[in-house]
Ligand binder design. Structure first.
Ligand code: DAT
Ligand code: MG
Length: 148
């Protein structure tokens, strides 16, 4: 079982897409392990996007992420990291396939609605950064109907 960090960005929240996004992960068969609605501090945003520090869009990215509340989540399941990236779609929504979250709802790379961890190492560090140990261990009753 893998865990991945997913965040609905300020544009997704402001546009009323929280329910649709959560529905997609639930329908896939993934399990929620953490969920919080929160404002993001500049410090947290800069840590989260630290890898992009030298990029020209870093300043506007931090400004955007801290501009309005986000929904931070941890989703768990078989292959959850790569599968979530597929559910989310390509970074630039204009290149994202229809049926993906970014492909269905976005047009601008700076308003691409959602974040998902890109590898096991980043998933681990992002979950630690956003949730620490504050995750819920549980097994949904539907588990044997999702996993053979
Ligand atoms: P992803 O969010 O798909 O993992 P990333 O890690 O390369 O993409 O970039 C992080 C975020 O930074 C991305 O979701 C939106 C923003 N971003 C990336 N490339 C950008 C660009 N060329 N111009 C403006 N914003 C960009
Ligand atoms: Mg990334």
């Amino acid at each position: 079982m893998e865990r991945t960090f997913i965040m609905i960005k300020p544009d997704g929240v402001q546009r009323g897409l929280v329910g649709d996004v959560i529905k997609r992960f639930e329908q896939k068969g993934f399990t929620l392990a953490g969920l919080k609605f929160m404002s993001v501090s500049k410090e947290l945003a800069e840590k989260h996007y630290g890898v992009h520090k030298e990029r020209p869009f870093f300043g506007s990215l931090i400004e955007f992420i801290t501009s309005s509340p986000v929904v931070a989540m941890v989703w768990q399941g078989k292959g959850a990291i790569a599968s979530s990236r597929q559910i989310i779609g390509a970074t630039n929504p204009l290149s994202a396939a229809p049926g993906t979250i970014r492909g269905d709802y976005g047009v601008d790379v700076g308003r691409n609605l959602i974040h998902g961890s890109d590898a096991p190492e980043t998933a681990q560090s992002e979950i630690a950064l956003w949730f620490g140990e504050d995750l819920v261990e549980w097994k949904p009753a539907a588990t044997p109907w999702i996993y053979e």
